[in-house]
Design a protein around this ligand. Sequence first.
Ligand SMILES: Nc1ncnc2c1ncn2[C@@H]1O[C@H](COP(=O)(O)OP(=O)(O)OP(=O)(O)O)[C@@H](O)[C@H]1O
Ligand SMILES: [Mg+2]
Length: 456
Amino acid sequence: MSKISTKLATYFFLVVFIMEIFLMYHLHQNMLNTRVDEEFSLLLANGANHRDVLVENFTEMTIEHIVLMEKNGNREVMITNREGAVLNSSAQSTKLNEKYESLIHNLHNEEDAVIVSDWLTSPYIVSAHPYEVNDQQTGYVVMFQNTDSLNQMVDEMNRHFIISGVVILIVLLIVYFVLSKILTRPLIRMKEATEKLSKGDFNVSLPVLEKDELGELSSSIQKLANDLNHYKSERNEFLAAIAHELSTPLTYLSGYSKVAMRTELTDEERNHYLQIIGEESKRMQDLVKSLLDLSRIDETSFTVSKVYFPVRPFLETIYKLVAPSYEIKEMTLNLICEEDFQLFADPIRMEQVILNLLDNALKYSNPHSVATLHAYKKGEQTILSVTDTGIGIPADKVGYIFEKLYRVEKSRSREYGGSGIGLAVVKELVEAHGGTIEVKSVVGGGSTFQITLEES
Ligand SMILES: Nc1ncnc2c1ncn2[C@@H]1O[C@H](COP(=O)(O)OP(=O)(O)OP(=O)(O)O)[C@@H](O)[C@H]1O
Ligand SMILES: [Mg+2]
């Protein structure tokens, strides 16, 4: 009995079976009592009837008549006098008189009554009906009802009950097997599926069941399998992308270092190559730093500790930090922060977010274009936006730019630099603040990244 379904079905079977026995027993007893009561009432009514006729016209003739009426039936009648002697009897043999002689002699009841009621063992049930015509003429009309027919009826009824009991038992057994199968099949499939999952095989397909607990469990397992499958392929892609990212600068490093080692180079040429080596090392350093950030996101170890701080000085500091890079590219960076309000955020993380967005605005814009950092309150919300008039992002690519290692134009990555990690980090950080980030972009027209933070 290790299967849950068998257990459940067994409990169900036992409960229904016990209930059935209980109900059938009650029904049986009720029917029996009603039938026996009916028999008693009929006997009493007949006896009373005979007695009434007798009292009305107490003659030899009436007695004959009453006795005649009960001949050839299941009933017998005896009429006694005040001494207890039988005046007349419908019984063919004298056996009945002899058997019940002492009983008939000792009748004392003043009302009509059943005096032998044990229908199960006694061959007759007996009722006595006192009559009194005058002082001299008193006695009893005694009625005998053969119990054979009653016993027969009871046997018949018992047979019916046994047959229906057996039929119900068979139906219950069928229900028991069907129920345990219905419950077992999906459970076994789910068990097999989870075993497959634990062995690392995530290609699981469970059938869609009805919307009950089993169905929900099955679809949860299916979802788990799908998610694991997705993560597995994502991880593989991610590792391949990292390997690729790292291999490019490494190729440059080893190539240029070999070239730089040549003895026939002039100092100027050697410096040039060393400079490239330096730049590539820097690129790799940045990449590794970003990867580190990314791994921290996955571990959800980005702790955001929010405090209130004035927004304007905060943005001005960032502005001063990036302004030189913008100057080098001869781009204009505007800071618009008309109202100095309190920002409720983690200043270090928020700086990281804005620097990333400003870095993108710089990287993906042409020289002499304009970028704007804008901060304002909109009701309870704080809006921080970075707008550029740069190259823009194609509409079909906008959905992917927050994914790890995603870059719109991979072939131009060397031209622009970047490894596709910045926005993934930005999104995680904004969401860790309980905020949202949206993008609007037009190819060739520029992009706007807008962060919405809720107060408190
Ligand atoms: N302001 C923007 N204008 C146009 N394209 C953008 C802009 N910001 C991001 N993108 C596109 O989205 C991609 C993902 O940006 P993300 O900041 O995540 O990576 P990255 O800038 O390439 O590298 P990283 O920021 O990690 O150094 C970029 O490669 C670029 O194609
Ligand atoms: Mg970036």
